[in-house]
Design a protein around this ligand. Structure first.
Ligand code: SAH
Ligand code: SF4
Length: 351
């Protein structure tokens, strides 16, 4: 099978060895591989005319076997806090949203891994209509490059895989995309600058662990006991609370990186004192807690964040139990770019 027959829609999804094989297939000298890979992954070039040090004949042949352009930038919504949400449009017309979040001198890009999501968490707009399809590796990394270009070309400091979709329902393309982002011949992002957030599908987690790829892991817990978690996170073969704790511990053992439990705070549902105490028993050394006050979604108006006082009491209880806890600040919520507000654009405008 030639590289050009592989299951990717664009050059952006090829790793260095695949680019080298393609260059060889085309009868070009090996040094062209380095040039081509650098254009795509390091310089974010997405227009074959921009590849100025490659001969025109080669650019034309590349365009014939595999198009360079995987995703194009669609509508952009700018928040007053500097965050913007960008629609990435893929070759078949499907779309996913990615977000740029500046904070001080740190620039974070939030990317999606699927169109839609099959887990269906009751508070999340991304899962409202199920999963449409997985994104391939090129479509995942392309979002980073699209946002980089749209934000003036500076390299992103951090990448968070916290957009639309369950990353561990799409593990192989995810792992390939993470390796592309970490490749020293490309953007060269350090593993500690990349965070993957997951609701914890069992099979996907095993695959991620055995891939050996290093990133920060955030486990979306949302409830400290199984019955409530099953109601909040209804599908997707995600682990029990105990299994999720086991996943966090296994990730820490494999990577020596602290793991975060994410916990969307829902007024009257999982925000009582006893919820905080149960959560504190699960967290502890090397297992921090990130509280995310629920961002409103139009289809579930009954769900909302607790009051500021309730959130503070929840934080105090965790801290008194010795847990490292952060409350995530809302970013981009005025343009529906905050956590859980990304949704299928075909369902109507996202904001
Ligand atoms: N599917 C993965 C990654 C995408 S969701 C996961 O669930 O982890 C990223 C984070 O946003 C998760 O922690 C998720 O629980 C949170 N989130 C989803 N909907 C939200 C909402 N309406 N308000 C606040 N956070 C939300
Ligand atoms: Fe899917 Fe994550 Fe949204 Fe749940 S929170 S529906 S797993 S994207």
């Amino acid at each position: 099978m030639g590289v050009s027959d592989r299951d990717v829609s664009a050059l952006a999804g090829l790793d260095f060895d695949e680019i080298a094989a393609l260059v060889d297939e085309l009868g070009e000298p090996p040094y062209r591989a380095r040039q081509l890979f650098s254009w795509i992954q390091e310089k974010s070039a997405r227009d074959s005319d921009a590849l100025t040090n490659l001969p025109k004949a080669l650019r034309d042949r590349l365009a014939d076997v595999l198009p360079l352009r995987a995703a194009t930038a669609g509508t952009r919504h700018d928040s007053k806090d500097g965050t913007f949400k960008l629609l990435a449009r893929f070759h078949d017309g499907e779309t996913a949203e990615c977000v740029y979040i500046p904070e001080g001198d740190r620039r974070t890009v939030c990317i999606s891994t699927q169109v839609g999501c099959g887990v269906g968490c009751i508070f999340c707009a991304s899962g409202e209509q199920g999963v449409v399809r997985n994104l391939d590796a090129g479509e995942i990394v392309d979002q980073v490059h699209l946002v980089r270009t749209a934000s003036g070309g500076e390299r992103p400091g951090n990448v968070v895989v916290m957009g639309m979709g369950e990353p561990l329902h799409n593990v192989n393309p995810l792992v390939k995309a993470l390796r592309l982002l970490q490749d020293p011949r490309g953007l060269d992002l350090s593993p500690r600058r990349i965070t993957v957030s997951t609701s914890g599908p069992r099979a996907g987690f095993r695959e991620l662990l055995s891939s050996g790829v290093k990133v920060n892991l955030a486990v979306s817990l949302h409830a400290a006991e199984d019955r409530l978690r099953q109601e909040l996170v209804p599908r997707g073969d995600t682990g029990t609370v105990q299994e999720l704790q086991g996943m966090a511990a296994a990730w820490f053992r494999a990577t020596r990186r602290d793991v975060t439990f994410e916990y969307v705070l829902l007024a009257g549902i999982n925000d009582r004192d006893e919820d905080a105490l149960a959560l504190a028993r699960l967290a502890g050394r090397h297992l921090n807690v990130n509280l995310i006050p629920m961002n409103p979604v139009p289809y579930a108006p009954q769900l909302r964040a607790p009051s500021r006082e309730r959130i503070q009491s929840f934080v105090d209880l965790l801290e008194r139990a010795g847990v490292v806890v952060h409350v995530r600040r809302q970013r981009g919520d005025d343009v529906a770019a905050a956590c859980g507000q990304l949704r299928l654009s075909r369902a109507g405008p996202a904001c």
